[in-house]
Design a protein around this ligand. Structure first.
Ligand code: NAD
Length: 469
C-alpha cells in the first residue's frame, strides 16, 4: 500500500476530509486508502464546475474535442499501469482490464470526433427555423464498480465535447482508476472543468438533488436508478439512466452446439458475469440442448479461477462482498432446485471467488432465471417453439440487451426484431462502440449513451424561428 490518491476539485489534487480502505477482491487485502469527500468538498466541486462553465462552454467544439483526445492519449501512454490498478481494485483478469483501458481510450477518441450541429427545419423565402444545441451546465457522472473507467468515459466524453463541466463520483469499491484519471484531467483541462469526489454511497443523493447540477449521467442498479430519478425530480434535472438487465441468449436449432457454447460461455462469464449486458439466461433449442450443456459445462470446468493479476487466470473474483453474498444466495437456491453441471459453490479461500457455474432444469420462475445475478452463474433452459421462447425472453421488467444465435442470419434477425430490449446482437456479443447508441428499455434505463444520441443527451435543444421584417 504505497500509492496515494487524491480527489480532484477545482483543478487541484486534494486530500479528502476523511478516507476509507479499498480492498483487492482477490485476497481481501487493503490496497489503498481512498480520500473521502465531505459535503463541503462536494459543494466546492459543484461550485468549481459551475464557475468553469462559462469559459469552457465558450470555447469551440474543436478546442474542447482536442483536449478530450489528449486525455485519451495520456491514458493510452499509461495503459499498462492503469490496467494493473484496475485488476487490483476490480478483480478482472489483466487482459480484460487492458481491454477496458483500451475501450476507454477509444470511447474518448470516438467522442472527440463527434460534433453537434444545428438542424435546419425550414429555410424558405427568408423564413429560417433551426434547432440549436447548447450545453446544459454542470453534469454529474455516477458510476458503478464493474467497468469503472469505460462507464465514466461514456459520460465524460460527450459532456466535455458539448461544453458542459462535470463532477464525477465513482463507486466506493472501485474509485482508484478514476482518481488516477483525475491526475490526467488535472493536467490537461482548465481548473474546475472536471472534478472527482469519492464517497461511501452518501454523496450520490446530494448530487442528484443539487440545484446547481443540470443533469445526472447514472450507471448502476435499477433500484438505485429509481432513487436517482426520484431525487432529480425536485429540480426537473435531466437524467440518463443505464440500469440493470436480465439478458437472454437464444440459441436456434441450426446453431452448432459447440460454437454456441463457446459464445454463450464467453458472454456469460467475461468479467465474472458482472456486465450489464452479460448473458444472464440461455434458451437453447431442444434439438441441441444436451450437446450444448455438455460443451458449456466443460468450458466452465476448464476455467482458471484466481487472482486476475496472475498469468493464465480466466476468471477473477466477484468484485465485492455484498455482490458475492448476493450471488451466493442465488447459487444456493439454484443448486437446491436445479441440476448443477459445473461449479456450484463459492471457493473456500480468501477472496470473493465463485467458479463459473452452469445450472440446468430450473423452473422459469426460479430466482436465478428471473433476477439479475450479476455473477458467474448461468441458468440454461430448453425451448422448442420460437414464439414461446420470444415470449419467455420478453417476460421481464428489464430490457437491456440480448443475443440470438443461428446459421440462418435472416431468421435470427427476424427473432432479434421481436426481442424487446435496447440492443440485440445477432451471432456476436458485446459489440459496443462509441458511435452506436446504447440504451435500455423498460426498467433497464432511460435515455441513451454513446453515438449521436448519447452526445445529444448532454445538450439542450432550442428552436430559433426567424422571419425578416
Ligand atoms: P449501484 O446502483 O449500487 O451503484 C452505482 C453508483 O450509484 C455508485 O457510484 C453508488 O455509490 C451510487 N449510489 C448509491 N446510492 C445512491 C443514491 N441513492 N443516489 C445516487 N447515487 C447512489 O450499482 P452497482 O452495484 O455499483 O452496479 C451494478 C449494477 O449496475 C447492475 O445492476 C448492472 O446491471 C448495472 N450496470 C448497468 C449498465 C448499463 O449500461 N445499463 C452498465 C454497467 C452496470
Amino acid at each position: 500500500m504505497t500509492a496515494s490518491f487524491n480527489l480532484l476539485i477545482d483543478g487541484r489534487l486534494v486530500a479528502g476530509a476523511d478516507h476509507f480502505d479499498v480492498i483487492n477482491p482477490a485476497n481481501e487485502q487493503v490496497i489503498a486508502r481512498c480520500p473521502k469527500a465531505d459535503v463541503a468538498q462536494l459543494e466546492a466541486a459543484v461550485a468549481a464546475a459551475k464557475a468553469a462553465f462559462p469559459a469552457w462552454s465558450a470555447r469551440t467544439q474543436d478546442e474542447r474535442a482536442a483536449l478530450v483526445d489528449t486525455i485519451a492519449d495520456r491514458l493510452l501512454a499509461r495503459a499498462d499501469e492503469f490496467a494493473r490498478l484496475l485488476t487490483s481494485e476490480q478483480g478482472k483478469p489483466l487482459d480484460q482490464a487492458h481491454n477496458e483501458i483500451m475501450g476507454t481510450v477509444f470511447t474518448l477518441k470516438g467522442f472527440a470526433q463527434m460534433r453537434v450541429t444545428d438542424k435546419v427545419l425550414t429555410d424558405e423565402a427568408g423564413h429560417q427555423v433551426f434547432e440549436h444545441r447548447t450545453p446544459l451546465g454542470v453534469c454529474a457522472a455516477i458510476t458503478p464498480w464493474n467497468f469503472p473507467l469505460i462507464l465514466l468515459a461514456n459520460k465524460l466524453g460527450p459532456c466535455l465535447v458539448t461544453g458542459n463541466t462535470m463532477v464525477a463520483k465513482p463507486a466506493p469499491t472501485t474509485p482508484l482508476t478514476t482518481l488516477r484519471l483525475g491526475e490526467i484531467l488535472a493536467d490537461v483541462l482548465p481548473a474546475g472543468v472536471a472534478n472527482i469526489i469519492c464517497d461511501q454511497n452518501e454523496l450520490g443523493p446530494l448530487l442528484s438533488s443539487h440545484p446547481d447540477i443540470a443533469k445526472v449521467g447514472f450507471t448502476g442498479s435499477t433500484a438505485t436508478g429509481k432513487k436517482v430519478m426520484a431525487s432529480a425530480a425536485g429540480t426537473v434535472k435531466r437524467v440518463t439512466l443505464e440500469l440493470g438487465g436480465n439478458d437472454a441468449a437464444i440459441v436456434l436449432d441450426d446453431m452448432p452446439a459447440k460454437l454456441a457454447a463457446q459464445k454463450v460461455y464467453q458472454g456469460a462469464m467475461t468479467n465474472a458475469g458482472q456486465i450489464c449486458v452479460a448473458v444472464k439466461r440461455a434458451y437453447v433449442h431442444e434439438s441441441i440442448y444436451d450437446a450444448f450443456l455438455e460443451e458449456i459445462a466443460a468450458l466452465a470446468r476448464d476455467a482458471v479461477v484466481g487472482d486476475g493479476a496472475e498469468q493464465g487466470v480466466t476468471i477473477g473474483p466477484v468484485q465485492n462482498r455484498m455482490q458475492f453474498d448476493k450471488v451466493s444466495v442465488l447459487l444456493a437456491d439454484a443448486a437446491r432446485t436445479g441440476t448443477v453441471l459445473a461449479g456450484g459453490a463459492p471457493l473456500d479461500r480468501p477472496g470473493y471467488f465463485i467458479p463459473p457455474t452452469i445450472v440446468a432444469d430450473l423452473d422459469e420462475n426460479a430466482p436465478l432465471v428471473r433476477e439479475e445475478q450479476f455473477g458467474p452463474v448461468l441458468p440454461v433452459l430448453k425451448f422448442s417453439d420460437i414464439d414461446d421462447v420470444i415470449a419467455r425472453a420478453n417476460d421481464s421488467d428489464y430490457g437491456l440487451g440480448g443475443t440470438v444465435w443461428g446459421k440462418d442470419t435472416d431468421r435470427a434477425i427476424a427473432v432479434a426484431r421481436r426481442i424487446n430490449t435496447g440492443t440485440v446482437w445477432v451471432n456476436q456479443h458485446l459489440a459496443i462502440e462509441a458511435d452506436i447508441p446504447f440504451r435500455g428499455v423498460k426498467q433497464s434505463g432511460l435515455g441513451s449513451e454513446l453515438g449521436e444520441a448519447g452526445l445529444l443527451e448532454y445538450t439542450q435543444a432550442h428552436i430559433v424561428n426567424a422571419v425578416p421584417l
